[in-house]
Design a protein around this ligand. Structure first.
Ligand code: SF4
Ligand code: SF4
Length: 384
């Protein structure tokens, strides 16, 4: 059977248009009817990374969440709204209000569930919310964004949100290497097994995501039964080779076959964003041949020095810092401590997981590039 991914154009968050786009995309990808039965309890799980307004494109837009809830109800199933969100650092109420979820829940008469309170189970070291047992079905409603560690985040990475509290940070500590972290993400996706994945790519995020980047109009809704397939197509829409994404690369190594995929909704070229800006950390094959050879020479000749100089470390901007402590609490290796009245990153301890950059509610954490990255960016600029 073909692994179908549907992509539908949608340029606005006007609710009726979003609903039609989500409905069309889900029908093309197999339809909610293929897994929903009347009376089923359905968890709708958006990306609620942190307390930002929907316009910031950090979280799934409430119009998309509303559309999914409306569709669930059309099948006489019972929707619930919930996530183990980054609100552990900023306060749940503030997060749910700012992201538009309280309004969305009240307008659709949907209960918001605190997944943290449901408790969790341990799956061989992976602590995952009991939500995966409490609900009959999970619909994963992610956001099309860049990510400093995984380069893009959409469907697969959104399921990592089902690890409660500081378990997420603990995973960063245990799996600091991109390959291991990607394997862990795939394991989580395999345990959670969402019935369906909808990705909000109407306004996505480019640059230094998942919270410090810039909103970017992409104009798509992606729907798929398979989270990996959905993210593969997201990579194509971002204009990159999906195999340069660590999660996709690892999925292929584990047997995922892109040749078995089918894309519906229109030719992919119609949706591709030509100049989508990937995060600083992305080397990929997005550069020219000249640039790749240059990087390869640097890597082989100056190998030990390379790793030291090719870093992208977080740097706290004191003038923006509100001393809220979120970064200190988020850091899995205690690499942030106060010095002279402000938090400071201890570069030697930092494992470059970017949790602090991701969760700083005031965008006070910049990314400081090493010498080689600076040089590489210069090469890219002069080539354009
Ligand atoms: S850098 Fe950001 S997260 Fe850290 S204390 Fe300052 S404002 Fe809070
Ligand atoms: S300082 Fe930031 S990037 Fe470095 S390990 Fe801590 S949370 Fe991760």
């Amino acid at each position: 059977m073909k692994n179908t991914v549907a992509v539908i154009k949608c340029e606005t968050y006007e609710e009726e248009l979003v609903y039609r786009a989500v409905k069309k995309a889900s029908e093309l990808a197999g339809g909610f009817g293929s897994f929903l039965k009347p009376g089923m309890r359905v968890l709708v799980k958006p990306n609620l990374l942190a307390a930002f307004f929907p316009e910031a494109a950090v979280t799934t837009h409430p119009a998309v969440v509303k559309a999914v809830i409306r569709l669930v109800k059309e099948f006489q199933a019972v929707p619930f709204l919930g996530d183990c969100h980054g609100g552990i650092l900023t306060g749940s109420n503030e997060l749910l209000t700012k992201t538009g979820m309280i309004k969305c829940a009240s307008e659709t008469k949907t209960e918001i569930v605190s997944l943290e309170k449901l408790g969790s189970d341990n799956y061989g070291g992976l602590v995952i919310s009991k939500a995966i047992k409490e609900f009959d079905v999970i619909i994963n409603v992610g956001k099309f964004k860049t990510h400093m560690l995984t380069f893009l985040t959409g469907a697969v990475k959104n399921l990592f949100g089902l690890l409660p509290g500081m378990n997420k940070a603990n995973m960063h500590r245990l799996y600091p290497k991109q390959k291991d972290f990607s394997m862990m993400l795939l394991k989580v996706a395999g345990i959670v097994k969402p019935a369906f994945n909808i990705t909000d790519g109407i306004t996505g995020m480019e640059g230094e995501g998942p919270s410090g980047g810039t909103p970017r109009q992409i104009g798509v809704i992606i729907a798929a039964r398979d989270a990996v397939a959905s993210d593969y197509i997201m990579g194509k829409i971002a204009g990159i080779d999906p195999l340069t994404l660590p999660v996709i690369k690892e999925a292929v190594a584990q047997g995922f076959n892109p040749a078995e995929m089918e894309v519906t909704g229109g030719p992919l070229e119609m949706f591709t964003v030509k100049d989508f800006r990937m995060p600083l950390s992305y080397g990929g094959d997005g550069g020219s041949v000249k640039e790749n050879i240059f990087k390869r020479i640097l890597k082989s000749v100056l190998f030990p020095l390379y790793w030291k100089l090719a870093t992208v470390k977080p740097k706290i901007q004191n003038e923006k810092c509100q001393k809220c402590n979120a970064c200190v609490r988020a850091c899995p290796v205690e690499a942030i401590a106060y010095a002279f009245g402000f938090p400071k990153v201890k570069a030697k301890k930092c494992i470059e997981c970017y949790c602090c950059h991701e969760l700083c509610p005031h965008r006070a954490i910049a990314l400081d590039t090493g010498f080689i990255v600076k040089l590489w960016l210069l090469v890219r600029r002069t080539e354009k």
